[in-house]
Design a protein around this ligand. Structure first.
Ligand code: FES
Ligand code: FES
Length: 928
């Protein structure tokens, strides 16, 4: 809206001298500047990460005179004359660090890598003074560093087993699938050189800050913006809705797109951007945003589902009647008759709250205008979707936008949606200077998507011998102010609410309801974890009612290869749920007996319980096209360039897709050069979500690898059964003992610059659902079952999880270490969801009040991998990322019921709620 050229204000600076990684440095900065900023921005040591700037996450842990401290809480002046060690300096400082790095890689202790530098610093400090720490000592040492990906167990093992690391290997040709291959992008994560969204500051870049609505709903008016700009040297530009040159409407599902970059006259949620200010970095940082000229007129918000559905409720979006964004429906059989005929019926209601993704890396990136094109380098899970929306907002062709994803410090679904991208795109476009934006933790929490709160009602029926006959399920999801992934949640839940069981009579109805709250979106499981919380508890009650063991009840009703799902789909193969439950049988009996023994010994206020829950999850989009395309090129030097656009957000797709492609081609993994993510040079592999990358992109990589292999054999005049031997600069085809060398130098390069290029697309075979939700929504499902052993303190209401045993049917375990990492991380998130995590919009917008599990909260996890292969997936593989989180919370909640006989109907089961339920039950008993 307004631009001016002026110099940035100068700040009060002083000369500060200290030692960093054994080198003396002098910096001239304000003494109050955070040491984390000095290290990252003034000294370029970006291995030290920033997740909160408040001492809550530990990502910025460094050594100050040998002691671990949070660099964000140390003023630069306090470092004067002292010795600082960052992750980049650990190797030179301590011989143990090299082994620790190797151990982290071998154990799979680094997933996204955002917490890894802090973990390594804390662990090195521990091992320097105590080479053989106990688990308790390790937990103490890393207790202040949060990890959202790993569930901590592999980190703990990596530290405790630092001297027991086996030599790393690189598998031979044809032996990559099922190998515990160290992640191919791991080294950068453990040496601090991985580049995340905030880690690059282009020369001459401007900074961008958003003005956000402080109310849940408000009308607004701007004052004199020109005067504001003129009064603030260094401020170059203020952007508002008038400055969006293209169509000011974006969203992850184009049909439901409804979100403007900046609110138009009325802000629909607290945290919605109404303007953005761009300028020189110091000027932007010095701004007090309260000085920005605008007036707010607070309006009554619709905060809850009830508010929004009330007959007299205002309309948040005029064209969405009754504030219902979308409905979902799956119906089969005759639900009323089946419930009337059932020998046992259980009815119940459950409610879950908002859950924050709380990845350690807040959203960040920069944009740069290049002529009539725009480049964005930022953290994202979905580069091609970003490209389409940014092009639409700018009013230019998608081909004029290039997305270069950085490493992603955790996503779990929220980084599928745009965050910083529109703001930096507009600023860079208008100023023709690179524009950079880094969300604070508070900004990340107030403005990015959450897990949908759910309000669920259900009624299930069974025969007296335990056969499930009916489930009537309905749920409303608070989808917030904009659509985001609300349609996906409302559509996916009805398909999955039955759980992995044969339910012949079924009705599942859902609604996604708009409120004046930050949009709810994708979060590991797309609503299925919420449904599982309700349904798996009701199934437990039903098993009790018919007098059956709760695990045997599930085994009896488990889907089989030839039984139809609730959408009428008969999978015919790859249905490993019964095997998952059966794998728990012996452990279930032992754990139940152990808990009973414990409880019989009058253990004061402690009571133990054991719970079980099952899950299923369709891999990929629900009844929608879902293609991935992979291109591989054979280079003159005999190496293979693998262009795959699947963004690795820590789950390991860079490694897994390569393993699959390597075996399909018949080349060693070590011969591959990975080219990932960049929309200018990698084909579209879709978004990283819905457990689709191993399955869909992996299958495309399998096909591309197979094609290239066949083409090489054809050019050598060999049959398909020939073998390939890769060496530097040549390939030898071996057939019936004869060897023929392919002269790569003699083959002209193709349009891609390769000797031979192979490209393949895979789109899973699905069918549309009819008006009753009948059809084949997914080609492949993952299955799993978790067993939780817990201890409740009946006086305090606290719950401690002692162990989780997790059996998962993954089809084919392409990389068991990475799969275990997904399971352990999923268990930790499920535990958080069950016991502690609830976001209250407008309150606790930080990682101090919003609690996620720390190392001491997460129990040992035993992973059991079942391989009921799918003939559709690559080598039979299915996804695991979303699956892993689903059964943990209901297993824990069932275990609480097992221990103390109460159901917690509002999740999470915080100590106050557990205690209140115990008191209520005690009173009920005492009143007869
Ligand atoms: S960034 Fe310092 S503790 Fe989070
Ligand atoms: S690996 Fe720890 S936060 Fe991602």
């Amino acid at each position: 809206m307004a631009t001016t050229q002026s110099s940035a204000p100068s700040a009060q600076s002083e000369l500060i001298s200290f030692s960093v990684n054994g080198r003396s440095v002098d910096v001239t900065v304000p003494g109050s500047r955070r040491l984390s900023r000095v290290l990252r921005e003034d000294l370029g040591l970006t291995g030290t990460k920033v997740g909160c700037d408040a001492g809550d996450c530990g990502a910025c842990t460094i050594l100050l005179d040998g002691e671990p401290v949070c660099a964000c809480l140390v003023a630069a002046g306090q470092a004067s004359g002292r010795e600082v060690t960052t992750v980049e300096g650990l190797n030179a400082r301590s011989p143990v660090h090299d082994r620790l790095q190797t151990s982290f890689l071998a154990h799979g202790a680094a997933q996204c890598g955002a917490c890894t530098p802090g973990m390594l610093v804390a662990a090195t400090a521990l091992l320097e003074r105590n080479p053989s720490p106990t688990e308790h000592e390790v937990l103490d040492a890393i207790g202040g560093v949060l990890c959202r990906c790993t569930g901590y167990r592999k980190i703990i093992s990596a530290i405790m087993e630092v001297d027991a690391v086996k030599k790393q290997f690189s598998p031979q040709a044809g032996q990559a699938v099922r190998a515990r291959l160290v992640r191919l992008d791991g080294q950068k994560k453990v040496d601090g050189t991985e580049i995340f969204g905030a880690d690059e500051i282009p020369a001459d870049s401007v900074a961008v800050r958003a003005i956000r609505c402080p109310h849940h709903r408000a009308r607004f008016q701007f004052g004199d913006i020109q005067a504001f700009v003129a009064a603030h040297p260094g401020i170059l530009l203020v952007l508002t809705a008038d400055d969006v040159p293209g169509t000011d409407c974006y969203g992850v599902i184009p049909r439901f797109a409804d979100q403007p970059v900046f609110a138009h006259a009325e802000a629909r949620y607290r945290g919605e951007a109404v303007a953005a200010i761009a300028g020189e970095t110091e000027a932007i940082e010095a701004l007090d945003l309260r000085d920005f000229p605008m007036q707010w007129q607070e309006l009554p918000p619709l905060k809850t589902i009830d508010d929004a559905l009330a007959a007299d409720a205002s309309q948040i979006h005029p064209h969405r009647e009754g504030n219902v964004l979308v409905r979902g429906r799956v119906v089969s059989g005759n639900i009323e008759q089946a419930l009337a005929d059932a020998d046992a019926v259980v009815e119940s209601e459950y409610e879950t709250g908002f859950v924050e993704h709380a990845y350690i890396e807040p959203e960040a990136g920069f944009a740069r205008r290049v002529g009539d094109s725009l480049e964005i380098q930022a953290c994202t899970q979905s580069p091609y979707m970003d490209r389409a929306d940014i092009a639409k907002l700018l009013g230019i062709a998608p081909g004029k936008v290039r997305i270069l994803p950085t490493a992603v410090g955790g996503g779990f679904g929220s980084k599928l949606d745009l965050s910083v991208q529109p703001f930096i795109a507009l600023a860079a476009w208008k100023l023709n200077r690179p524009a950079r934006m880094v969300y604070s933790r508070a900004e990340s929490i107030i403005s990015t998507t959450k897990r949908h709160p759910a309000r669920m009602k259900l009624c299930a029926g069974a025969t007296r011998d335990g056969k499930l006959t009916a489930l009537d399920f309905s749920a409303d999801f608070n989808t917030g102010a904009y659509s985001s992934w609300g349609p996906t949640v409302a559509g996916r839940v009805p398909v999955h609410a039955s759980g992995p069981y044969r339910v012949p009579n079924y009705r599942a109805l859902t609604r996604a309801v708009h409120t004046n709250i930050v949009p709810a979106g994708a979060f590991r499981g797309f609503g299925v974890p919420q449904a599982a919380i309700a349904v798996e508890q009701v199934y437990d009650d039903l098993a009790d009612k018919v007098g059956m063991d709760r695990l045997e009840f599930r085994i009896l009703n488990a889907l089989e290869h030839d039984t139809p799902t609730v959408t009428g789909q008969v999978l015919g193969e790859g249905v490993g749920i019964r095997a998952c439950f059966e794998a728990l049988r012996a452990r279930w009996a032992a754990a139940r007996a152990e808990a009973a023994d414990f409880n019989a010994q009058a253990p004061g206020p402690l009571r133990r319980g054991v719970g079980v829950a099952g899950m299923w999850y369709g891999c990929g989009n629900t009844s929608l096209p879902n293609p991935s395309t992979v291109r591989i090129g054979l280079r003159r030097d005999g190496r293979i360039a693998l262009h795959q656009g699947a963004v690795d957000i820590g789950q390991g797709s860079n490694t897994i897709v390569t393993q699959i492609c390597a075996d399909a081609l018949g080349a060693p993994v070590a011969h591959f050069d990975l080219i990932s993510g960049d929309t200018a040079i990698t084909p579209d592999c879709g978004k990283t979500s819905a457990s689709r990358q191993t399955f869909v992109t992996g299958k495309a990589a399998y096909l591309a690898g197979t094609q290239l292999r066949e083409e090489i054999l054809k050019r050598a005049g060999a049959c398909k059964c020939g073998n390939l031997e890769f060496a530097d600069g040549s390939i030898t085809v071996v057939e019936d003992g004869a060897r023929k060398k392919l002269d790569l130098g003699a083959i002209p390069l193709d349009e891609h610059g390769y000797v031979i290029t192979s490209e393949a697309t895979f789109d899973p075979p699905i069918t549309p659902l009819d008006e009753n939700g009948q059809g084949n929504p997914y080609a492949v499902y993952g299955f799993g079952a978790h067993m939780a052993e817990i201890e409740v303190d009946i006086e305090l209401g606290t719950v401690r999880v002692l162990k989780v045993t997790a059996a998962h049917d993954v089809g084919r375990a392409i990389n068991p270490t990475l799969i275990e990492g997904q399971i352990e991380g999923g268990v930790a998130q499920g535990l958080g969801m069950a016991l502690m995590e609830e976001f209250f919009p407008g309150k606790g917008e930080n990682l101090h009040d919003y609690l996620i599990p720390s190392a001491g909260d997460v129990p040992p996890v035993e992973s059991i991998l079942i391989e009921d292969a799918s003939s559709i997936g690559p080598y039979g593989a299915k996804g695991i990322g979303e699956q892993a989180v689903i059964p943990t919370a209901p297993a824990i909640l069932n275990a609480i019921h097992d221990a103390v006989g109460v159901r917690i109907h509002k999740i999470p089961a915080t100590p106050d709620r557990v205690r209140a339920a115990i008191v209520a039950k005690t009173e009920e008993v005492s009143h007869g």
